[in-house]
Design a protein around this ligand. Structure first.
Ligand code: FAD
Length: 382
């Protein structure tokens, strides 16, 4: 049997795409194959995004923050982000809600297996599984990401890499309405390093030691940095409840381009993470809608989506600076949040600002290095 659509990987992107496709009445006759090797499920991660009220995934949000800080000070200048809230979804809740829907939906065949390779013929992608079985689909969406795809890129490639520890304290020490987006008080050691802190109650919080840099650290280094940070905050009596780790590609490389005539990369593999921040979750919701819109009118052809716009250029210029001078990141982000309202920056990161607002944001920083980067890339070829 051949399918209309195959989705490789039922992670955040694959799941959201499958749900979007089968929810469209005009695609009600389409058959969807999902292949996921499963095993590593989503109990190991939390997803956060900012949004105004009325977001389509509000029903999964376990915790929301009304104030955030980007700072290197001991007493943080938390700022309201109204009308946004910064929302936290537990991977487990996402998984528990959507996995049964995918597994029981009449349009979907959910196969637990590992994809070994995909080869594309003119009209069909053939998907070869580790079990020896092969499946075919007219259009294949592939969320398997590997840094190999970026190894020959002409664009700067950094990673947002981190380990997070969720801790529980004996005493009430946290304010669960406030999130530390970026606490740059940690030693920078020539990189862009910060602590990301998300309390969920007076006694519980996630501490994530995060870098925007070229190479991962030894695992023990992230955890030591978290314990040192807690000691400086005089938080001594705590136990670690859970741990998460990740590495998200930060690059302006056009990862969104088709992998072959029948295969479109999605999720991190499709460059859905914002290159300058690593935020991918909310962008995935936008991308799956774009894909579904496209296949509704062209169900037989591979979606052609282009993301090279002025925001792509801003991301490239920022990454170029971090690539050449990795230790400058903290100054850059601190200046930005000192001079601009957080709502404006969040809207900018959502790519919803106008050019005048973008000039305001750029003038908050020293524009000369960005202008130099721009001309360097202009001569090099964008
Ligand atoms: C710990 C962590 C926290 C994060 N927090 C945030 C956040 O707060 N906000 C935000 O915007 N972004 C966040 N991200 C970034 C991004 O949103 C996530 O990485 C998101 O899960 C990416 O979705 P994806 O579908 O591309 O990849 P994944 O969700 O990782 O899904 C890939 C799927 O492919 C399957 N798979 C892989 N290889 C094969 C194969 N060969 N055969 C079959 N199946 C295969 C895997 O089993 C998996 O289910 C976070 C990432 C991590 C790792």
């Amino acid at each position: 049997m051949s399918y209309d659509f195959a989705i490789i990987g039922a992670g955040a992107a694959g799941t959201l795409l499958a749900v979007e496709l089968v929810n469209r009445p005009s695609l009600a006759t389409k058959k969807v194959l999902i292949v996921d090797r499963e095993g590593g499920d989503y109990r190991d991660r939390t997803w956060c995004f900012w949004a105004e009220s009325g977001h389509s995934l509000d029903f999964l949000v376990k915790h929301s923050y009304t104030h955030i800080a980007v700072s290197d000070q001991y007493d943080k200048p938390y700022a309201s982000i109204h009308p946004y809230t910064y929302n936290r979804i537990e991977g487990a809740d996402f998984h528990d809600h959507y996995r049964p829907i995918l597994k029981n939906h009449p349009q979907i065949d959910f196969v637990q297996d590992e994809v070994e390779s995909i080869d594309s013929k003119k009209d069909m992608a053939h998907i070869h599984l580790t079990s020896g079985v092969s499946k075919s689909a007219k259009i294949c969406f592939d969320s398997r990401f590997s840094y190999n795809r970026l190894s020959a890129s002409k664009y700067p490639v950094l990673q947002q890499h981190f380990i997070g520890l969720e801790i529980e304290t004996n005493e009430a020490v946290f304010d669960s309405s406030k999130a530390d987006f970026m606490d740059f008080s940690v030693p920078q050691k020539g990189n862009t390093r910060f602590m990301y802190v998300l309390p969920t109650s007076a006694t519980r919080a996630l501490f994530e030691y995060t870098l925007f840099s070229h190479n991962p650290l030894k695992e023990s280094e992230y955890e030591e940095a978290i314990h040192e940070y807690l000691a400086l905050k005089e938080i001594a009596n705590y136990k670690v409840i859970s741990r998460e780790k990740g590495s998200i590609p930060m690059s302006s490389h056009p990862l969104w381009r088709p992998l072959s005539s029948r295969v479109l990369p999605i999720g991190l593999n499709g460059g859905w993470a914002k290159p300058s921040t690593g935020f991918a979750f909310n962008r995935s919701l936008q991308r799956v809608r774009q894909i579904a819109d496209y296949v509704e009118s062209n169900p037989e052809s591979l979606p052609r989506l282009k993301f090279k716009n002025r925001f792509w250029l801003y991301d490239l210029l920022l990454l170029d600076l971090l690539d050449r001078n990795n230790g400058e990141g903290s100054k850059l982000f601190l200046r930005l949040f000192e001079k601009c309202k957080p709502q404006l920056i969040l809207r900018f990161l959502d790519e919803k600002t106008n050019f005048l607002e973008e000039l305001l944001i750029m003038s908050a920083n020293r524009p000369i290095p960005f202008i130099q980067s721009f001309f360097r890339w202009l001569f090099k070829g964008l």
